[in-house]
Design a protein. Sequence first.
Length: 354
Amino acid sequence: MRARLTVPLLAVFFVAASHLLLEQAARFAERDLNAFLWKQQSELQLFSAHNYVGRGRGRLLICGPSEGREALLPEEFSAGQQRLEPYQNSHSHGTLESTLINLEYIERAYGQSAIPEGILLAITPRYVANIRHERSPLYGAINRYSPHFSVEDEERSPRLVPRTLRESLRARIALLSLEPDRYRRGLFAIAARLATSIAPSLAAERAVWGPVRQAKYLTARIESDQTIHDWLNEPGGVPADVRAWDAGADSRSRAVFSRFMDFVERHGVRLYVVNLPQLSWSRELDNPDRYAAYLELVRDAIGDTPFLDLRTFVPDDGFYDSLHVTWREGKRVSRRVGMFVAGDRGVHFTRAVE
């Protein structure tokens, strides 16, 4: 009996020890090397407590939709921002409401020390209008993998609900099943840092650093012009819904923005707001009065908060699809935003940068 038990116990010990070692390696990569280990599932970064607890001071949390992920590259504007370290926290299909849920999660799960000192809010009309035709990846991730909360999204009024002990255990086990991908990227980040310390020229190679950063760094248009035009003009599609949105009559979006501003003010967070670039074909379809109402909603909500309007900043050949900018233009946008954040004193709501 003793012999039969020894082998399984040794196996359990080996697996547990391996997990602990790999977890420490992944944490080192995230905390000390600033590696992003959830490349294709960015919403899962929320569940790495060590990446938030005690790290709010000195952090500039970049919040927004996936357009913000590609347009705002921390490595490009951090050199111009001496005091706050940018950390990319944008999500696919993100809305202002999902960003608020994300921030409330950080507040309630990780405490005051996790609240960022600054927030860079990247906005678009769809983001502020809280329009999405697909289920929120963030809400889905919280509901499946969070050990602390689930999201009740009844009638599009999401809120965090504490989990029971049983639900928490089930979520931890589910998240554990995904950790091998994170471990592999953590080991890759460590190996890459060692390699570049031996051969510094390797630091210029995208293959060395690209896999452990959040952006996709796409370099060329991935959709035809006709495909983009068709999508922008599709009846009942997201662009059509955004163009039909009347910000002036949307009390719900104003209420969400008000809650967001309450969070910022309650915690003394330094806020910066950037209106993201928009393809000219999309701009031409906008109703000028409706777009003005969107800007008015933002103006009323943020008051004297530093604001930078980059709607016309990127030429059409700088987009790799209908929404996201190319890597080349992302670098240019990021450097402009870095200058904006670094010199924010006296910068308020302005007209578009040409």
